[in-house]
Design a protein around this ligand. Structure first.
Ligand SMILES: [Zn+2]
Length: 313
């Protein structure tokens, strides 16, 4: 099982030699979700050894170039690799026209299924038996959505000794795993807690890019294990953040604190700062458990550890 985030790009509009524009990959039990697709995303996927063909769902927050210019190259590569599986793209509705203007998707061997955002209110946009994804409006210069990826409540595991002792039927097992108590043939009541292990933890990740300080999102991202929030500027540059529809690192941290998240990861750094340390420090004034991401950082959300790509290879 895995619930793991790889950060592919951490710059804002201007890429640098060390920081590519925004793109993240979330691996949920070997299903790969690509979140934003800035220029060079496919290069980062190669560098960080992420299997292209496992990506069947792409989420684009908004249509500023640093969040989607990579989609054209990636689609082209998918086609050259002989992809046949449907690709789902969750994005502002205009993306479809941009792809059709720029490329010839009718020649692709795979089908693209577009799911346009609802910018009016939060909604569930993807669901399978293990997890769901919700989109929610952010506040930026143009219409923008954030995303929440959350595992559903997991079934409980039954203690081996209890299985041997009570010889449960298949129907009993299903009910006990869901949290029901058990009654023996003689009418003896056995509480669920005596025959199961504690409830397995369900994990969650929220992605908020780009946005100014916006408390409306708190109810959507409350208590997540890992919150990514853009932090383009330091607090001394709050005025520029205001006028460009972005957040300061300290504002990202205030959102993390108010939403009671476990860990905050910040990115989308302005190229004006030589190092992200200054942004991390700025955020820690409000929220201590903050990490300024570098391209290639891997956040193992289940184990709450951070790996660098070089450690993994
Ligand atoms: Zn933007």
């Amino acid at each position: 099982m895995s619930f793991e985030l790889t950060v592919l790009g951490t710059s804002s509009g201007l890429p640098t030699s060390k920081r590519f524009p925004t793109a993240h990959v979330l691996n949920v039990h070997e299903r790969f979700f690509l979140i934003d697709c800035g220029e060079g995303t496919q290069i980062r996927l190669r560098q960080f050894k992420i299997h292209f063909q496992r990506i069947n769902h792409i989420f684009i927050s908004h249509l500023h170039g640093d969040h989607y210019y990579g989609i054209f190259g990636l689609l082209s590569t998918f086609n050259m690799l002989g992809r046949a599986t449907d690709l789902h793209i969750y994005s502002p509705p205009e993306l479809q026209k941009k792809v059709e203007f720029q490329m010839f998707p009718e020649e692709f061997k795979f089908k693209i299924i577009y799911h346009p955002h609802n910018f009016e209110k939060p909604e569930t946009i993807f669901e399978n038996k293990n997890m769901f994804v919700r989109s929610f409006p952010l506040q930026h210069r143009i219409k923008t959505c954030g995303f929440l990826f959350k595992e559903k409540k997991k079934d409980k595991n039954i203690l081996k000794e209890a299985i041997e002792k009570y010889k449960f039927s298949i129907k009993d097992i299903v009910l006990i795993k869901k949290g029901n108590d058990f009654v023996t043939e003689n009418g003896k009541f056995i509480p669920n807690s005596e025959i199961t292990l504690p409830q397995p933890v369900s994990h969650s990740y929220a992605f908020c890019s780009d946005t100014k300080y916006y408390e409306e999102i708190i109810s959507e991202i409350e208590n997540v294990d890992l919150l990514y929030h853009e932090a383009t500027f330091i607090h001394n540059d709050a005025q520029i953040a205001r006028t460009t529809g972005h957040s300061t690192a300290r504002e990202a941290a205030m959102i993390a604190k108010k939403a009671n998240v476990k860990k905050l990861v910040i990115g989308h750094f302005s190229a004006r700062y030589a190092s992200a340390e200054i942004l991390e420090k700025d955020a820690r004034v409000e929220f201590e458990n903050t990490v300024a991401a570098n391209d290639g950082d891997i956040f193992d959300i289940e184990l709450d550890t951070i790996l660098k790509v070089k450690d993994k290879n």
